[in-house]
Design a protein. Structure first.
Length: 92
């Protein structure tokens, strides 16, 4: 094994061990590394760029999920308030 490959393996292992701080990085690094290698023996650069893109995509997806959860909670609160208001009116 050459030195670059060993470095890539160790770097990937360290990124995976870091956990959620590198969300999406491992998947992006693998895809980018393969594409970079096939596109002209630039696997290391492809892995680095793939990591950055994968991390960005994961953060974007996480933010969208949080917004959806907040919207659902707001809708549920409005629904509960409307039901409470309607319950008071029907007792007359």
């Amino acid at each position: 094994m050459n030195t670059k490959f060993k470095l890539a393996v160790v770097s990937t292992a360290l990124m995976l061990a870091a956990g959620s701080a590198n969300a999406g990085c491992a998947k992006g690094a693998v895809a980018g590394g393969v594409v970079g290698h096939v596109a002209g023996k630039h696997g290391i650069a492809g892995a680095a760029i793939g990591c950055a893109i994968g991390h960005h995509s994961a953060k974007k997806k996480e933010k969208q999920q949080q917004q959806q959860q907040q919207a659902a909670a707001a809708a549920a609160a409005q629904n509960n308030a409307a039901q409470a208001n309607n319950a008071g009116k029907t007792r007359k």
